[in-house]
Write a new protein. Structure first.
Length: 177
């Protein structure tokens, strides 16, 4: 994430935040925080007031608030586009698997990647999703019971791949993207 955005957001949340705390939040050195703050002061994005005991109080200016909004918008648009690209790549790979196999099982793990896969799978015929977190008897057993004929199991993690010893065709989706 943009280091300036992190600093702007942190200052908005806590005007009394120290440069050391900003350094931790932005995961940059103390010197880098100092340079970024001085740059943002010169650009008119933040104001700084000295208070007793070698402390400073920071405040976002209207320009700083506008810049934070702009950075937020740019971040969301960039990542939304990236997620859509990944969804389409996942969809392409699943469509290839559907053309090669009689059935495709996708083991979902209840995480963010699984949510993107669900969007990609939405209307593909021949793809069945299995939630690994919902199966009381163990999703591995469920997959192995239903694994008949020319079918493939698609997994989202190496750990899930290792659990499917009884299945001949296992595809780790991230390897194919």
């Amino acid at each position: 994430m943009d280091k300036e955005y992190i600093i702007l957001h942190a200052i908005e949340q806590d005007p009394n935040i120290t440069q050391r705390e900003l350094s931790c939040k932005a995961q940059v050195s103390l010197g880098s925080v100092n340079l970024l703050i001085n740059k943002m002061i010169k650009e008119g994005l933040i104001k700084m007031s000295q208070i007793p005991m070698n402390r400073a109080v920071y405040m976002l200016t209207p320009e700083g608030m506008a810049e934070k909004i702009h950075k937020t918008s740019r971040y969301i648009k960039y990542h939304y586009n990236y997620i859509n690209e990944m969804k389409e790549k996942i969809r392409e790979q699943l469509m290839k698997l559907v053309s090669e196999y009689d059935g495709v099982y996708v083991v979902l793990e209840g995480d963010e990647l699984s949510e993107v896969v669900k969007l990609a799978v939405h209307d593909i015929k021949g793809v069945r999703c299995i939630e690994s977190k919902d199966s009381e008897t163990g999703w591995e057993a469920k997959v192995e019971r239903e694994y008949l004929g020319k079918k493939v199991v698609v997994v989202l993690s190496e750990k899930a791949c290792e659990k499917l010893g009884g299945v001949e065709e296992v595809v780790w989706l991230l390897e194919r993207i």
